[in-house]
Each structure stands twice: as C-alpha cells, then as structure tokens.
Design a protein around this ligand. Structure first.
Ligand code: C2E
Ligand code: CA
Ligand code: CA
Ligand code: CA
Length: 279
C-alpha cells in the first residue's frame, strides 16, 4: 500500500508540473498577444423583441493565434489569475468604444455598447477616470456605454471601495449590468441596493423555457420583480422562437442570442445594421 501511495504521488506531481507549465506557457503567450495585438472583438446584437431593432451590441473578445480563433473561456480565467486581464480589458474598452463611435458616425446614434469587465479592473485606482477618458476621446455620451460584470464576481469582490466605484460610474451616467444573473443566488432585495441599471438573465434560465406558456420557469418572475425595482432586463442565449415569445409575454426589454444573431466581426455588424437606417 505504501508503494502504491508513492506512485500516486509521483503521477500527481507530474500532472501538477505539466499543468503549471501549460499555464505558464499560456501566460507567456498572452503577454506576447497583448504586445502583438492578437486580440479581436466580435459583437453580438441586443435586440428589441417587439420591433426587431438592434438596441445595442455586446463586445466579446477572441484570440487570433496563428490560424485559430481561441474563445475567451480558454484564456480569460488565466488572464484574471495573472492580472493580465487589466491591460487586456483596457484594450477591449478602447476598441469597443472606437467601433461604437464609428457606428454613431454612420447614423446609428442610439446604439449602445456593452463591455465585459472583470472585478479586478474595478479595483484599479484609475478605473473610472480611464473609462471617462476613453469616452471623451471618442466623443461618446457615457450613457451609451454599459459595463457588464458577473453577479458572482461582483458579490465576491464587493467592498466599500468597489461600491464607491459603482456609485461614481452611475454619477457619471455610465450603465452597469449584472451579468449571468441567477447563478449567484443573491436576493433581489440585496440587488436593490446596488447602483445597477440592468439584469442579464443567465442562459441556463432561458434554456429551461420550453414553451411560451411555461409557468414553471423562473425567468418571468425575475423579469417582473426586476421591473418593480426599476431595472431593465436582458435575456441571454435566446435560441428558439418559443423562448422569445415567452420573454415578450413578460415584457423583457431586450434579447440576445443565436435566434437573432451570433457574435459578428465589425464588417458584418455594419452590414446587419444597414437595413436599420431606412426605418
Ligand atoms: P458572457 O458575457 O455570458 O457572453 C455570452 C456568451 O454566450 C458568449 O460566448 C456568446 O457567444 C455566447 N452566446 C450568445 N448567444 C448564444 C446562444 O444563443 N447560444 C449559445 N450556446 N451561446 C450563446 P463567448 O463569446 O465565448 O464568451 C464567453 C465568456 O467570456 C463571456 O460570457 C464573458 O464572461 C467572457 N468574456 C468575453 N469577452 C470578454 C472580455 O472582453 N472581458 C472579460 N472580462 N470577459 C469576457
Ligand atoms: Ca456578458
Ligand atoms: Ca452573460
Ligand atoms: Ca452566461
């Protein structure tokens, strides 16, 4: 038994070393990726389900490495662990705002931009000033920008300092939305005290909607309660018409998902929006 134990430790140790080496390599490559500008953004439309109009876009990062497009789930976690999310997040904000400016100049004046933010970025001393500067450089109204932060991460990191940052963003008319809402189990009573404007209901709740009349689903209740608290509701991961019908029944404000469009590169967003100016 002693021998087996030893062998297990050896195997475990080798696997640990391999995992550590792999992580170090991704970390190294991430650093290079920042310098070499290997990141790109795709944008997913947020749509008004009642009119079909595109209300806003969500910027979603991808890593263009050699010939492959690496999805964010493969590197955002490591970027967060190593703090590299801060310079990467800076780049995302700048790039997304520059694209929004371009869209405004093309006539889409009302369009909003949602950008995913890590709690680590909120902890940066100059975060608010930095965001305001990017907006100013692009001549954008602050209320056209919406910062998305996940419910779980916000609750985990929330302290007096971050609360002040959120208040300061709100005072400056920058919107905050609570992403992946429902996964963090926070009560709406608690949410009520936060200076946020939008709840993004997590896809897992939308997945559970099986027909438009579904009365066992929680989403409708979340939408109703959120509205009572004066919050806007966006549903993510809408894939089927019956989910859209259900969400419309509960007066959900905006929907996002493959049913309307997957995330698109800049030029395809421009094409998609072309039809919008005539109306
Ligand atoms: P998220 O913010 O919850 O973004 C939604 C994800 O669901 C996106 O995956 C999107 O492509 C995908 N999606 C949208 N509609 C549908 C649908 O109808 N069906 C299905 N199956 N999926 C759908 P993506 O682009 O791979 O991003 C994954 C996560 O990576 C994001 O989840 C977000 O948490 C994170 N992320 C992306 N970009 C950034 C960024 O710039 N900064 C930070 N900190 N995180 C980011
Ligand atoms: Ca998001
Ligand atoms: Ca989300
Ligand atoms: Ca989600």
């Amino acid at each position: 038994a002693k021998e087996i134990g030893k062998r297990q430790i050896v195997v475990f140790d080798q696997e640990m070393k391999k995992a550590v080496a792999e992580k170090a390599e991704i970390q190294n490559n991430l650093r290079k990726a920042i310098v070499n500008e290997e990141f790109i953004l795709h944008y997913q439309p947020q749509v008004d389900p009642y009119t079909g109009r595109v209300l806003g876009l969500e910027a979603l990062i991808r890593w263009q490495k050699d010939d492959t497009l690496i999805p964010p789930n493969k590197f955002i976690g490591i970027a967060e662990e190593t703090g590299l999310i801060v310079p990467i997040g800076d780049w995302v904000l700048k790039r997304a705002c520059a694209f929004l400016k371009r869209m405004h100049d093309m006539g889409h004046h009302e369009l909003t931009m949602a950008v995913n933010i890590s709690a680590l970025q909120l902890q940066e001393e100059e975060f608010v000033e930095n965001v305001l500067q990017v907006l100013q450089e692009n001549g954008l109204e602050p209320n056209r920008l919406e910062l998305e932060i996940t419910e779980t991460m916000l609750i985990e990191f929330l302290d007096k300092k971050i609360h002040n940052v959120l208040n300061s963003l709100k005072e400056n008319r920058i919107k905050i939305s609570l992403d992946d809402f429902g996964l963090g189990y926070s009560s709406l009573n608690y949410i009520k005290q936060l200076p946020i404007s939008t709840l993004k209901v997590d896809k897992s709740f939308i997945d559970d909607i099986h027909d438009a009349q579904d009365c066992k689903n929680l989403t409708g209740m979340i939408v109703t309660l959120a509205h009572q608290l004066g919050l806007k509701v966006v549903a993510e991961g809408v894939e089927r018409p019956e989910q859209k019908e259900y969400l419309m029944r509960y007066k959900c404000d905006a929907i996002q998902g493959y049913l309307m469009s997957k995330p698109l590169p800049e030029e395809q967003v421009i094409d998609l929006l072309k039809g919008h100016l005539q109306s």
